[in-house]
Write a protein of this length. Structure first.
Length: 476
């Protein structure tokens, strides 16, 4: 069997493929299929569906984060694979191919997964408040093996206002190294570059087209190498990004209605999910709304449905219809209009916004913030660069550097709702002959990959021993 490499080119759509000849060539003699995402079409939910064949009701990943009711905390971007329910692709494949080896290069929920090689972003958090770029690997020796060759994982090019092609190049170099030196049967490789300028400038912008051409050029040498190695290559995406112009302040509406509570420390307001009657965990074009008392459901729904930019509010039947009926989901789920997206903002006066609102701080915010991809235009660039330089040397200063704008108007692209136009939806390409598909549901991708691996689900005995730790800490 030829080795299988699955490239997750986030944000790739049929429309962008016109600017990416090297990627299009993957499907020569094979297929290009429209990919039907699950709701929500966001990274963690879609990746979990692609690898388990289950909708969110089955694997439990209802968004990129949710309200952990037992902790009383909103937590996003956790990393432990145990949060994902269902049988994973490699577990199913090992039933008929015992000993199948797997490399996960930056797909999410990587830590603690029973794969053979893992690389995932993971900063170093120092006790004096500094955060430095780095990654987590399994086995541990792989960390030095990669950093000695390619330098530290460029975390600040992976996300934030300085996110660019640098991180993608590092990931591709690491993936090629693992492919060549460790020779996994299955390689899962995450390719993030299209995510950035498509959200900053919109998917139909000149910047988006340039990003597609840049990424195609970066991928070409790796794709050529895989072709020479006779590997089977699948290129797929999790979602397509669509143009947006309207932010929807879900939490502010709930607060004005008297349903959301905050507490104040040092002159800054913080969401209090434990005492709120209703609050939202915003995630791109969706928001999970948690309502503590069923008696407040009608009032909360009325508030949400009255908001400009809200297309639909899903209740229990609506969640069941979309496979979102899981205990982690909110009692209500807001779906934005095609040109709108949901903010996490809950303060009514920017002077009372917490420090993290102006920072790239994905673990502190109780919702997704695409403005983290933008520089605050009210802060001179020279001052930003100087402050960032000093922050690397002085403990804690990074928390006082205002880089992220509080005005969300600069965001031009989003995703999460089901696409209205297949040209703006996700796509799957494969060069293997004989598997032609015009359309493929996200829940069917696992079966296709098993077919490409020559595996027969249900045959044999699954491997129960794991080369990786039984558990790993969640992201801090």
């Amino acid at each position: 069997m030829s080795r299988l490499v699955v490239l997750n080119v986030v944000g790739l759509t049929p429309r962008l493929l016109h600017h990416m000849p090297a990627v299009r060539a993957v499907a020569d003699g094979g297929t290009v299929a429209a990919l039907e995402p699950v709701l929500p079409a966001v990274t963690c939910s879609m990746q979990s569906t692609l690898l388990t064949g289950e909708p969110p009701r089955g694997h439990g990943v209802v968004a990129n984060g949710w309200y952990f009711r037992d902790l009383g905390e909103v937590l996003l971007w956790r990393q432990h694979n145990a949060l994902v329910g269902g049988e994973k692709l490699w577990q199913a494949a090992r039933r008929s191919r015992p000993g199948l080896t797997v490399a996960n290069i930056c797909w999410w929920y990587a830590m603690g997964a029973d794969v053979d090689w893992t690389v995932t972003p993971r900063p170093v958090y120092y006790s004096d408040g500094r955060k430095e770029a780095d990654c987590y690997t399994w086995p541990p020796a792989l960390h030095d093996e990669l950093t000695e060759r390619f330098g530290r994982f460029p975390l600040f090019s992976y996300w934030g206002p300085t996110a660019d092609l640098t991180s993608t190049r590092w990931i591709l170099a690491a993936a090629k190294h693992v492919f060549d030196t460790h020779r996994p049967d299955l390689s899962l490789v995450y390719v993030p570059h299209l995510d950035y300028d498509l959200q900053r400038h919109g998917p139909h912008s000149a910047q988006a087209e340039r990003a597609a051409r840049e990424l195609d050029a970066a991928l070409r040498p790796f794709l050529d190498h895989l072709r020479r190695e006779d590997a089977t290559v699948v290129v797929l995406s999790e979602y397509g990004i669509t143009p947006v112009r309207r932010p929807v302040d879900v939490n502010r509406a709930l607060r004005r209605a008297g349903l959301l509570e905050v507490h104040t420390q040092d002159g800054m307001e913080y969401l209090d999910p434990r005492t709120s009657r209703a609050f939202a965990v915003a995630d791109h074009q969706l928001a999970h709304v948690y309502v503590a008392d069923p008696a407040d459901l009608t009032r909360a729904r009325e508030v949400l449905e009255a908001l400009d930019g809200v297309a639909e509010v899903l209740d229990e039947p609506g969640k069941r219809r979309h496979g979102l009926d899981h205990e982690r989901a909110g009692e209500l789920v807001v779906v934005a209009e095609p040109d709108a997206w949901c903010t996490y903002y809950y303060w009514l006066d920017d002077a009372l916004a917490p420090d993290f609102a102006r920072q790239v701080d994905i673990h502190a915010k109780p919702g997704y913030d695409p403005a983290e991809l933008l520089f605050d235009p009210t802060v001179p660039a020279v001052r930003l660069r100087a402050a960032a330089s000093v922050a690397r040397k002085k403990a804690g200063l990074r928390y006082r550097i205002r880089t992220v704008p509080l005005d969300p108007g600069g965001v031009r692209g989003s995703h999460g709702r089901l696409p209205d136009d297949p040209a703006d939806g996700p796509v799957l390409l494969c060069g293997r002959a004989g598997i032609a598909r015009e359309r493929l549901a996200a829940t069917e991708v696992k079966g296709l990959l098993l077919e490409l691996l020559g595996a027969r689900p249900g045959a044999g005995t699954d491997r129960t021993t794991s080369p990786s730790p039984a558990a790993a800490p969640a992201a801090g």
